[in-house]
Ligand binder design. Structure first.
Ligand code: ZN
Length: 139
């Protein structure tokens, strides 16, 4: 990720602080979860399909056999649109890239393409799809 350390204005300083917090998410996770509302990833994964995510990414398959699709990889950015390096199984909602070895479900695909955490990816994806984020209700 590119960062501009020059010209530390008030607004960019605030942005750096947020980036620094999310970058150290693992060590600060307990603190973060206390402040930030949780996302119900199970609900999101059941409501947003791999097909939808691929459609929003503008992904075009180059071959198809049943639920198994192949095409260029949006994670590492295949140089040719005719590439078959990415395998997608629509029925299982999984993808795997034979070149950069990125793999996972539809939410993880969105996160990998945009270099987001799963949490950021969930919120971003809901925004792009015009859906409500399935927040976990606090009790
Ligand atoms: Zn790849």
């Amino acid at each position: 990720m590119e960062r501009a350390f020059a010209l530390p204005t008030v607004s960019s300083g605030a942005r750096h602080e947020r980036e620094a917090r999310s970058a150290g998410a693992s060590s600060l996770f307990d603190g973060e979860s206390a402040i930030m509302p949780g996302v119900d990833f199970n609900v999101l994964r059941s409501e947003v399909t791999m097909r939808e995510v691929l459609a929003v990414l503008g992904w075009q398959s180059t071959s198809r056999a049943g639920d198994q699709l192949h095409g260029p990889c949006p994670v590492h950015g295949s140089s040719s649109p005719r590439s078959r390096t990415l395998s997608v199984n629509l029925a299982e909602g999984r993808y795997y890239c034979h070149k950069c070895h990125s793999q996972g479900n539809q939410l993880e695909l969105w996160a990998a393409v945009h270099n987001h955490t799963i949490y950021q990816a969930a919120i971003d994806l809901c925004h792009v799809l015009g859906r409500d984020v399935p927040w976990i209700e606090r009790w």
